[in-house]
Design a protein around this ligand. Structure first.
Ligand SMILES: NC(=O)c1ccc[n+]([C@@H]2O[C@H](COP(=O)([O-])OP(=O)(O)OC[C@H]3O[C@@H](n4cnc5c(N)ncnc54)[C@H](OP(=O)(O)O)[C@@H]3O)[C@@H](O)[C@H]2O)c1
Length: 340
């Protein structure tokens, strides 16, 4: 009997926070596997904040999702049928399979994972996209020096938690801003951050920063934008560097967010603010992955995962990113391996 492929498609472009009307669950027969192709069973799906941007019909660094098509995103899966010389059943692979249970892929669409190096899920975060984002954004733009103060917003998430650990490896003093006391304890107790601010429990982030960063801020790794970033910008030192990685506080805003104008601060502090996307560094991914893997094996880097179970829980998990329900990388487990 033909296998049924459960899929989640973009049914409607959201206004503000996506809701039940945004996504639709559909069933399709799994396609036949042709010569040089493989059939992949999805094991883990990554939900990522940037996917919200792809739900808009707007020009960006990446194509918008198409209406009524499967939501595209990175996943990990197992090869369960192969008509390719390069893959055999039981191989674990990663690629952009999207929010569906099965995917027929061409040989060049996927990358094989070696499960003996680290848990396979690390390829969706610390050894994958978010790890590389942290590595290049911090080291190429932030350039932290020993003894400098690095402040990170969205600090307990996948990118932020890795950025802070890399900054510690480089000898910086690291302060994280995140949305719960549990997250601040995680940063300080498990990741050795020097300080933390729960932005939901304070009415003056600027005063808190002055207290926790008495020598000012040399690098601000910005994952969130908005009022948190407005506060950090007041504490910059001369020649501060600000890698602008994300602006999650505005991803669901229907109106353009207007904040304090930053030009005067940048001039007075001779500061450098630079936006980036991880794709800018694609020709250096090997270098980044090698270093991240080495630090992981040496125990200099660690990670936390928040894993939801069940294909039907993918949209809810995605929305949880905007509710701050995750510590570390948010993933959804949707299937079990068949060949172990
Ligand atoms: N430039 C790039 O190439 C690139 C690549 C990957 C990711 N990014 C960006 O990096 C950022 C982090 O991504 P991630 O994958 O590591 O996600 P993540 O940090 O693991 O998850 C998102 C976190 O954002 C925080 N958040 C949600 N709404 C917020 C708001 N209104 N104000 C402040 N914080 C809010 C929540 O934590 P709290 O509890 O602390 O609020 C939530 O846990 C995102 O902005 C993402 O778009 C950029």
């Amino acid at each position: 009997m033909a296998r049924v492929n459960n899929q989640i498609i973009l049914a409607e472009r959201p206004q503000g926070l996506p809701d039940d009307n945004t996504f639709e669950f559909v069933k399709k027969a799994v396609e036949d596997v042709k010569e040089d192709q493989i059939l992949i069973k999805t094991l883990y799906v990554s939900v990522d904040p940037y996917m919200r941007g792809r739900m808009e019909n707007a020009e960006s660094y990446i194509e918008p999702f198409k209406l009524n098509e499967v939501i595209e995103g990175s996943s990990i899966g197992e090869v369960i049928e192969s008509k390719s010389d390069q893959f055999k059943t039981g191989d674990v692979v990663t690629g952009m399979f999207g929010w569906q249970e099965y995917y027929v892929a061409g040989e060049n669409e996927v990358r094989q994972i070696d499960p003996s190096i680290a848990p396979i899920t690390t390829n969706l975060h610390i050894l994958g996209m978010t790890g590389l984002t942290s590595y290049f954004g911090l080291l190429d733009i932030g350039k932290p020096k020993e003894g400098e103060t690095v402040v990170i917003s969205g600090a307990a998430g996948s990118v932020g938690s890795t950025v802070g650990q890399i900054a510690k490896i480089k000898g910086a003093r690291v302060v994280g801003i995140a949305g719960s006391d549990e997250k601040i304890s995680f940063l300080k107790d498990e990741l050795n951050f020097d300080g933390g601010i729960n932005y939901r429990a304070t009415d003056n982030i600027k005063d808190d920063l002055q207290r926790i960063c008495p020598d000012g801020v040399d690098v601000y790794f910005d994952n969130v934008g908005g009022e948190i970033s407005d506060a950090v910008m007041t504490q910059l030192n001369r020649y501060a560097r600000i890698p602008v990685c994300g602006a999650i506080s505005s991803y669901n805003k229907e109106e353009q967010d207007l904040g304090p104008r930053v030009q005067q601060t940048l001039i007075k502090k001779s500061a450098l603010m630079q936006g980036f996307t991880v794709g800018n560094y694609s020709d250096r991914f090997k270098e980044g992955a090698k270093q991240l893997g080495q630090w992981l094996q040496e125990g200099k880097l660690t990670y936390r995962e928040t894993i939801r179970e069940g294909f039907e829980n993918i949209p809810g998990a995605f929305l949880d990113l905007f509710r701050g329900k995750n510590i570390g990388k948010l993933l959804v487990k949707v299937g079990e391996r068949e060949y172990v």
